[in-house]
Design a protein around this ligand. Structure first.
Ligand code: FES
Ligand code: FES
Length: 184
């Protein structure tokens, strides 16, 4: 029977394409060291691992949430060397040597941080999914601007989405926390 046009006619092994070869190649791994909430950690991670998954899955700090994975919602916000970052937008290997603070680092000696207290007392959360990211964004913001206006607070948390749309109480809670922290 004549060979059909375009069909392989020999039994020679097929040469894998570059794409196929990359798909089966083990992912590159790298050892990283970080300090999280004052505690040192060392671990081997795949080069493609996002910081948020390293924090949650490797370190077990699940207070940092994943709401979108696409830099949209801010639920994954942590402090990286003092700056608020969306940890789904940073590779874990990029954090090698860094100081990281997550929402678990806010409370000290069993006492809630004024921001946490204010969110509680002023109903700054409903389902609470956005709350860790809101707290960390607000924490970083108040360090830079301890006496903010309402408008400045709204701008500061504009990268954080609350699907329960509780923005009024979130802003109120941050205002109260700012007053409490300034009075200390
Ligand atoms: Fe990172 Fe939404 S999970 S911005
Ligand atoms: Fe539910 Fe903000 S409290 S997403």
């Amino acid at each position: 029977m004549p060979a059909r046009k375009g069909k392989r006619t020999t039994g020679a092994p097929r040469v894998p394409t570059r794409k196929a070869a990359e798909a089966v190649r083990p992912a590159a791994r790298q050892r990283i060291r970080v300090t999280v909430n004052g505690r040192p950690y060392e671990a081997e991670v795949e080069a493609r691992t996002l910081l948020v998954y390293f924090i949650r899955d490797t370190l077990g700090l699940t207070g940092t949430h994943v709401g979108c994975d696409t830099t949209t919602c801010g639920a994954c916000t942590v402090l990286l060397n003092g700056e608020a970052v969306k940890s789904c937008t940073v590779f874990a290997v990029q954090a090698d040597g860094a100081e990281i603070m997550t929402v678990e680092g806010l409370a000290k000696d069993g006492e809630l941080h004024p921001l946490q207290k204010a969110f509680w007392e002023h109903h700054g959360l409903q389902c609470g999914f956005c709350t860790p990211g809101m707290l960390m964004a607000a924490y970083a913001f108040l360090k830079e601007n301890p006496r903010p206006s309402e408008e400045e607070i709204r701008i500061a948390i504009s990268g954080n989405l609350c699907r329960c749309t509780g923005y009024m109480n979130i802003v109120k809670a941050i205002q109260h926390a700012a007053q409490e922290m300034a009075a200390r």
